[in-house]
Design a protein around this ligand. Sequence first.
Ligand code: COA
Length: 258
Amino acid sequence: MSFVLVEKADRIAWVTLNRPEKLNALNNEVLKELEQVFADLEHDAEVGVVVLTGSGEKAFVAGADIAELKTLDTAGARVQALRGQAVFQRIESMPKPVLAAVNGFALGGGCELALACHIRIASENARFGLPEVSLGIIPGYGGTQRLSRLVGKGVALDLILSGEMTPAVDALRMGLVSRVVPQADLRATTEKLARTILSRGPLALRSALAAVNEGIEMPQEQGLQYEAALFGLLAASQDMQEGMAAFLEKRQANFKGL
Ligand code: COA
């Protein structure tokens, strides 16, 4: 593993895309490593929250590797899109929260990667964009689908059709990110949020992710049924008893994930 670094501390796994000389652009090797890292983290009982970030202070990820994309033919490009989509789908489907700490350019595949994470926190210098149309292609790693679901069709089409970059402050206004902080505070702010999440009931977190991620793809009536079913299942957990007892006894909950 060389393009994707993993550092684990106190139940948080920091995953850093590490190809700074190419602004952390996603070539096939990076995608392969990223997929393996997330496969491992999914089953790592020592990890409760994953944070994804880019090395350096300039880029989160400046996109799919354009030098690799240029060599693709029709069949190859479709396979490439499906491959990138599969890796990002694995990230979005993680049963534990995945936070993107967006530390700079998040363009093309980099923006799509951030979109696949559950929460996005950006540094003030971050810039978001889907510039694919300026290369004669469209976003192929889920951008046309996830961006429109996240910020609505009108804003998504503005970004996708213009190919323009959006500063973090505007991304916040659009709902593309949920928090913006100075670059120097990005790690601490992300860590603080990760710790807050880690203090919550792990089974509840898992169910909340499933309810939102799967429910958004369902008609609302079906999503409501799904939410109620998960709510019912949690009532059988020790965590629910502990969480409610802790509230009534005015103490911190000690969740076991059972
Ligand atoms: N794919 C491959 N290489 C990339 C890349 C990408 N998506 N983004 C940046 N790089 C490489 C550059 O080619 C350059 O490599 P070199 O030093 O060997 O020439 C290096 O990263 C640094 O980038 P550079 O363009 O010199 O930095 P900059 O500060 O002038 O510009 C960006 C930064 C992000 C505006 C610019 O790199 C850019 O527009 N990148 C492409 C963004 C894009 O279209 N992404 C969507 C891809 S589908």
